[in-house]
Design a protein around this ligand. Sequence first.
Ligand code: LLP
Length: 431
Amino acid sequence: NHPFTVNEQGHLEIGGLDSVTLAKKYGTPLYVYDVQMIRDNCRAFVNTFQNMGVTAKVAYASKAFSSIAMVQVIKQEGMYLDVVSEGELYTALHAGYPTEKIHFHGNNKSIAELRMAIEHNIGCIVVDNFQEIKHIRSLLKTYDKQMDVLMRVTPGIESKTHHYIMTGNEDSKFGFNLQNGQAETAFLQMHNDPYIRFQGLHCHIGSQIFETDRFILATSVLFQELRTWKERHGYTPNVLNLGGGYGIRYTKDDAPISYAPFVEELVNEVQKQVEALAIPMPEIWLEPGRAIAGNAGITLYTVGAMKEIPGIRNYVAVDGGMTDNLRPALYQAKYEAVLANKAAAPTETNVSIAGKCCESGDMLIWDLPLPHVSQNDILAVFSTGAYGYSMANHYNRFAKPAVVFVENGEDKLVVQRETYQDIIRHDLSYE
Ligand code: LLP
């Protein structure tokens, strides 16, 4: 069910290349991306807007996976880029991303981050809280620069996803609340500021969401607020940014959103609301992260130790784990996997895939049907392209794996594997 093929040797292919050969060439754990899939995902969003004749900006949420090569692919696709930190911004600048196409998010942007954004003339800052408004106003005045600003609001909507990745509910650390008038107060502070070009509203209701009606509901909540602002202040927005959060398929239990019909549904809703309010159609902005990178990436591991507890469970340990994929430990996220070197063999056993961290919770997959498993088999875990490498960490002082891009039948190393030298790089002696 994953969009990968199997070659004559029975090996899993990614982007037309043998994944077992890639594992040998670059070592494991290894993240491998099919770049054409990244491009296809970008185009599904961008082309639908174009076909509908709607002015839109689709920004890739680079938190899902940021590296110089990834950001360059997004640049080649003509998309916009969402960054949430100095580090993501720095990466984008190094990748030669056009600064006017960068949008800056974050619930606690530092003065240094705001300065960096202003100095590089980035396209838009999405303001999150009252302190930030104050900082932006005074910095823009000092620099004597104007800037496009959106306001992030919390629509008060619960989305059906893991609690940790819900963001649209009223009790959220993100954005200005609509229910208590804080959003309107913030709007008034920015609307008449000579340095702020206040463009409109932003909301992001959460991540890995499948119910399109949640996004429709969020849109209608924004329009309720816009109706008030129109009536009280004569305001009409230039931009409506509806965030990201579109779910992808991790396992057979996930029926992902089909992006083209979804975008059409969203545009139709905005058009309906716009007509009811008798205002011009604003630009629609979206910020998919996972939907762009998630299913384009797989992780390859080598099977090591195996432990059988008769009648209870078969553990199969691989050479990575929560250091390269934190999501199972953090969100109980589920994944599917195959043995890349036995991809055509029938399944005959049920195993649980353990990572190698000193932590019982470091389990990548529980109860995975596989063919007979032997040491040195290559395990390929699907849909690891988003929030895998980007949430990788150094627990137990593991080095972060390499990243390889595959396109047009060629493989290219785009992030080097870390070395132990990298691990101790910042350590200073105490002797
Ligand atoms: N826009 C904003 C303002 C966001 O906060 C996020 C994600 C996105 C866009 C992109 O959401 P996406 O399309 O990728 O769902 N680490 C978690 C996901 C956290 C997402 C945080 N914000 C995970 O691994 O599931």
